[in-house]
Design a protein around this ligand. Structure first.
Ligand code: AHM
Ligand code: MG
Length: 280
């Protein structure tokens, strides 16, 4: 098992710097939309193609699914990888953070969160970092050229929460969520950059809570359970944090279809508990 997961991590570590290096020339929109109805940038398509080809080359990888393609690409192997190849790609125009997110499952996709065996992300900030959760532990490296330098051997959410970020416009929030958000805003400092990976990495670094809630006219919210919710929940929970769709851990959920969306909250367990109580 570990060889298979290690090989997946190696592919992401090798491919992320290449995806990043390719961003400058791929800032234009293509004519196409992804299955969620978002316009695709050339950078989204490029990242997806590189990851698909290289991950399926790993012997243990039996299928690849991504936010950028309709159906699962099948092969032979016991591991199944779901990716958001370029999370936060609308930040390309404004030159803000974005990254590559992946989840490794030992069941065919769409799979329940309990089938995750590893997950992680590469974050393209001022430096490129790689965060990987497996076997109940989270590690963080800096990726520099071909080098991978360990930053944290056992990354844990800070006990003292400091920052928060919530997606969607306030008039679209439910009254219950808006009341909760008001309380959080009294206690924590707003940090919202528009890329889930960047915003969650601030929570992992400084402590706090990130959420993209269900909206009045879109109760399922914006983010996708298989490609975004499960992997980020797996990382945050392994770091000692909590995740929720408003009622229960995201890892207890199974998407009813590949591109299903979910309200998403991750971070400090106390703030996630309060959120569930506020929405109950
Ligand atoms: P993407 O994967 O197509 O980039 O969309 C997901 C992104 C998240 O990274 C981020 O949290 C959210 O969309 C931001 O949405 P908004 O622009 O509505 O704040
Ligand atoms: Mg995304």
């Amino acid at each position: 098992m570990s060889n298979g997961i290690g090989a997946v991590v190696d592919v992401v570590a090798a491919t992320a710097p290449e995806v990043r290096a390719g961003l400058a020339d791929r800032r234009a929109y293509t004519e196409s939309e992804n299955p969620s109805g978002d316009r695709q940038l050339a950078a989204d398509v490029h990242a997806d193609e590189l990851l698909c080809e290289r991950l399926l080359d790993v012997d243990a990888v039996g299928s690849y699914a991504s936010e950028e393609r309709d159906a699962v690409v099948e092969d032979d192997g016991r591991l199944h990888v779901a990716c958001d190849p370029l999370d936060g790609s609308s930040n390309l125009k404004s030159n803000n953070a974005m990254g590559t997110l992946f989840g490794v499952y030992d069941a065919p996709l769409p799979a329940p969160g309990s089938a995750l065996v590893a997950a992680g992300f590469a974050l393209f900030g001022p430096v490129t970092t790689l965060v990987v959760a497996r076997d109940g532990r989270v590690r963080e490296w800096v990726l520099d050229g071909g080098d991978r330098r360990l930053l944290e051997d056992d990354l844990a959410l800070p006990a003292e929460p400091t920052v928060y970020g919530f997606g969607g416009r306030r008039p679209e929030w439910t009254d219950a969520f808006a009341a909760y958000a008001d309380r959080v805003a009294e206690e924590l400092k707003l940090r919202y950059g528009g890329a889930m990976l960047g915003d969650v990495n601030q929570v992992l670094t400084y402590g706090g809570v990130f959420g993209y809630p269900g909206l009045r006219d879109r109760p399922e919210g914006k983010l996708r359970l298989l490609f975004e919710g499960h992997p980020i929940a797996f990382v945050v929970e392994a770091a000692g944090g909590a995740s929720s769709d408003g009622e229960r851990s995201l890892l207890e959920l199974t998407p009813d279809r590949l591109h299903a969306r979910t309200p998403l909250f991750v971070g400090d367990p106390g703030y996630v508990d309060d959120l569930e109580a506020a929405l109950a």
